[in-house]
Unconditional design. Structure first.
Length: 154
């Protein structure tokens, strides 16, 4: 099974994080990252998103780019403060081969570290970055292999 950990792309600053939308610059950067992603990993079954608008908008871009067969799933557990074990349980319950999870910093960096390392890895995640982690069988903490991390400095 493969999971993709995605940080939402650049969003406008807003007083309330539940109101911030992704920017045109964020869309441009993320469209480039999507092209890179699909060039090395062209299949995606499903997208699961935080309920925060900037994450959901990023998830919709993924859904449209890959033309996934299922609508984006909104999971309240992916809001800021998400738990890696929730992602593992959700991925295993969905029983799909390739699933993207769209969330927030610092959570996404913790997720990558929790899935690939026994002692902690330092993962820098900029807006719109994408990590592919593969597993032999079920998704479990500390058993994944980081296949790629796609992103840009802006």
């Amino acid at each position: 099974m493969n999971i993709y950990i995605v940080r939402h792309t650049i969003a406008a600053s807003a007083g309330n994080e539940y109101e911030s939308a992704i920017t045109e610059e964020g869309k441009k950067i993320f469209n480039f990252n999507l092209k890179c992603w699909s060039a090395v990993s062209p299949h995606l079954d499903m997208v699961v998103s935080s309920p925060v608008p900037r994450a959901f908008q990023t998830a919709k871009m993924i859904h449209e780019h890959f033309d996934t067969p299922y609508d984006v799933i909104v999971e309240s557990g992916l809001a800021p403060g998400a738990d890696s074990e929730l992602i593992a349980a959700l991925a295993n319950s969905l029983d799909k081969r390739d699933i993207a999870f769209v969330g927030h910093l610092p959570d996404v960096a913790y997720h990558v570290s929790n899935f690939i390392s026994m002692s902690g890895a330092n993962a820098v995640f900029l807006p719109g970055n994408i990590a592919k982690i593969s597993f032999e069988g079920e998704v479990r903490l500390r058993t994944g292999f980081l296949e790629f991390l796609i992103g840009s400095k802006k």
